[in-house]
Design a protein. Structure first.
Length: 400
């Protein structure tokens, strides 16, 4: 199949599925589900893919809300492209990160690709990845073989601008528990050991540490348990922290410093502290200039000018797509879904993700992913160049 014919066929199919892509984005937006609870989104996407002729594995990789859908001949000679869908929401904010748009764009791309993939001699794998917002669904799926045989992975992520990526740094979630001794807070406070004081002092010690960490590092936490009644000296408190750094290597150096600061609160108050790190750490995102160029060229054709993330050094966060990007060449562009200046993880962004701008981003994202996949199949050298780039590229730290 010639390139112009294949690209035209994909454009027609995205336009044919436009209404359905918009409906899926809206339906998931209206039913926000938290990490590992995304049953509605899982079933909706899996049903759509099965109806389109994909071989769908539900509850994939031992996760109730993950799926893997495949299309293309098993003996196809071309690269295997993974299209990544995310669909979890945020507590209290709904789809303030726009994962409803990610899911709908991934679905739309898959539907458009289905009609040409056999003629292009390629294979596609759609990965339904739960719990990006802290649960590390992709990490569990990687450990259980979801990337086996994949040559390239791609997705689009909502933002307030069109960018080739964002500064996605490494992160590891930390849970800390302080244990003291209960006592009557008025009659016998001297008999107690105050776990809340331990937590407060630990929090303050981390605040002092922040003066002396790198510009690409972030440490932020919350109290999840502070005690039960003011009249009882708190015997147990809990905190959850995100410890972030520019790369996984620099994160490993920061983590013991954070723990030392937190332990100081226990030492000062006569309490004890235990801690646990999350099962999945998020790696920093490694971008692919090879894939970025292909995507950006198609984006320009539909009126979206993709700028470099270097122009937005303040756009900082973390994603478990970083874990995928360390293993296979990955495309993770940001697609404008909200008015300029609207920050993700805010109520304003949630409104935009469920509105007209979100609908347009879902359709455009579907088209751009599908067109990029077509070029990868028509020119397998793209995948080879992207793989060579990944193999040769050292980890980089976001500029301060």
């Amino acid at each position: 199949m010639e390139r112009d014919t294949a690209l035209s066929a994909v454009r027609r199919d995205v336009d044919r599925h436009r209404r359905r892509i918009e409906q899926v984005a809206r339906s998931i937006w209206e039913r926000p589900e938290l990490c590992f609870e995304e049953r509605f989104a899982h079933d909706l996407l899996a049903d759509e893919l099965a109806a389109a002729g994909f071989a769908v594995e539900r509850q994939a990789c031992g996760l109730d809300t993950a799926f893997i859908a495949r299309a293309g001949r098993s003996d196809a000679a071309g690269p295997t492209v993974a299209i990544v869908c995310e669909y979890d929401a945020l507590p209290g904010l709904g789809h303030a990160c726009g994962h409803n748009v990610i899911a709908a764009a991934g679905l739309g791309a898959a539907l458009a690709i289905r009609g040409v993939i056999d003629e292009l001699d390629g294979r596609v794998v759609v990965l339904g990845t739960p719990a990006e917002e802290g649960g590390g669904g992709k990490g569990f799926m990687i450990e259980r073989g979801a990337l086996d045989g994949v040559d390239v992975a791609m997705m689009v992520h909502p933002a307030d601008a069109d960018l080739d990526a964002f500064w996605s740094i490494a992160v590891h979630e930390l849970t800390v528990t302080y244990s003291g001794k209960p006592a009557h807070a008025a009659a016998a406070p001297h008999e107690g050991r105050n776990a809340l004081d331990a937590a407060v002092l630990g929090y303050q010690a981390v605040g002092a540490l922040r003066q002396h960490i790198e510009g690409h590092e972030r440490v932020h936490g919350i109290f999840t348990r502070g005690g039960d009644k003011p009249i009882v000296v708190p015997p147990r408190t809990e905190m959850v922290w995100f410890v972030r750094s520019g790369t996984s290597a620099s994160l490993d150096r920061l983590k013991p410093r954070v723990l030392a600061a937190l332990k100081s609160g226990a030492l000062a108050t006569g309490c004890t502290m235990t801690h646990s790190w999350g099962a999945i750490a998020y790696d920093e995102l490694i971008t692919s200039s090879t894939l970025d160029r292909v995507y950006a060229a198609h984006a320009l054709d539909i009126g979206r000018v993709v700028k470099s993330r270097d122009q937005r050094p303040e756009f900082l966060g973390s994603t478990d797509m970083g874990n995928i990007s360390h293993l296979v060449p990955s495309l993770h562009p940001m697609i404008a879904t909200a008015p300029t200046g609207t920050q993700i993880h805010t109520p304003e962004f949630a409104v935009a993700a469920g509105g007209p701008l979100g609908a347009v981003a879902a359709v455009d994202g579907a088209l751009l992913l599908a067109l990029t996949a077509v070029d990868i199949w028509l020119d397998p050298q793209i995948a080879r160049d992207a793989a060579a780039e990944l193999a040769a590229r050292p980890s980089t730290v976001r500029p301060s």
